[in-house]
Design a protein around this ligand. Structure first.
Ligand code: NAD
Length: 252
């Protein structure tokens, strides 16, 4: 399939997991992909995976907590490809493992800086470039933790609720300008983020599977498929939504 031929797609957190799978999926459908990540090694590895699959990609270093990095990432994308059609703001962290009253202010600030302000910074610099296209699309990575409670991850949960707030507001602000803005809300997905969680509490593996009515965790490719749908013409009348990709867990 070549549904994204000639489209320029910028993905943050593309060095691993969901971002990497989405970079590959867009490239396999003909897009020019910008792989942005704070890890140069992981980002370069994604680029090489995409190229081995016959796709087009380049790496741009970006720490989404640094305003100048985010600005430079968008500028470098425009310099390389002349435009920006699609952005997937996906970089995120999960570093919290305690109940709210045991929380630490530095960890709170770090999670909010990456997960919320990072998405805000990205959209702030992407939107003016994207409004130059007749149609464009942003997808932000929230979580099912953005739709409900996440015990021992209250700050993470708050950060993902905030991503949905940014998404909905931007969708309304720019709806008439041809820019659609949506969020994906993955359930537990088989990435390094999940591996880190299971490493800390291995006894939770079965419990986590059972959180999903389908009886398993998700694969990054299943989130990628939803992102491609949201960025495609098939979703032309869809904006401002927070789409669960969660094996039914939000239905419980
Ligand atoms: P991951 O840890 O496997 O990959 C995250 C990537 O983001 C890494 O390559 C990392 O280097 C990069 N990154 C981290 N901080 C960054 C920063 N400041 N600037 C730029 N890049 C940075 O995680 P994943 O599971 O692929 O998660 C991707 C997104 O999906 C995150 O926003 C996460 O919160 C969300 N999510 C994950 C799950 C899950 O179960 N894996 C569930 C719901 C939502």
């Amino acid at each position: 399939m070549n549904n994204f031929i000639g489209k320029v797609v910028l993905i943050t957190g593309a060095g691993n997991g969901i971002g990497r799978a989405t970079a590959l999926a867009f490239a396999q459908q003909g897009a020019n992909v910008v792989v942005a990540d704070i890890s140069q090694a992981d980002g370069e590895e994604t680029v090489s995976i995409v190229k081995q699959a016959g796709g087009i990609a380049r790496f741009i270093f970006c720490d989404v907590t640094k305003n100048e990095d985010v600005k430079a990432m968008v500028e470098a994308t425009l310099y390389a490809y002349g435009k920006l059609d699609i952005a997937f703001n996906n970089a995120g962290i999960e570093i919290e493992q305690c109940k709210l009253a045991d929380g630490d202010e530095a960890i709170y600030d770090k999670i909010m800086d990456v997960n919320v302000k990072g998405v805000w910074r990205c959209m702030k610099y992407q939107i003016p470039a994207m409004l130059k296209q007749a149609s464009s699309s942003i997808v932000n990575t929230a979580s099912i933790a953005g739709l409900g409670a996440a015990p021992k991850m209250s700050v993470y949960s708050a950060s993902k609720h905030a991503v949905i707030g940014l998404t909905k507001s931007a969708a309304v602000e720019y709806g008439k300008k041809g820019l659609r803005v949506n969020a994906v809300c993955p359930g537990v997905i088989n990435t390094k983020m999940y591996t880190r969680a299971i490493h800390i509490e291995p006894q939770k593996e079965q419990f986590i599977k059972n959180l999903h009515p389908v009886g398993r965790i998700g694969q990054p490719e299943e989130v990628a498929a939803a992102v491609l749908y949201l960025c495609s013409d098939l979703a032309g009348f869809t904006t401002g939504i927070a789409l669960p990709i969660d094996g039914g867990s939000n239905a419980i």
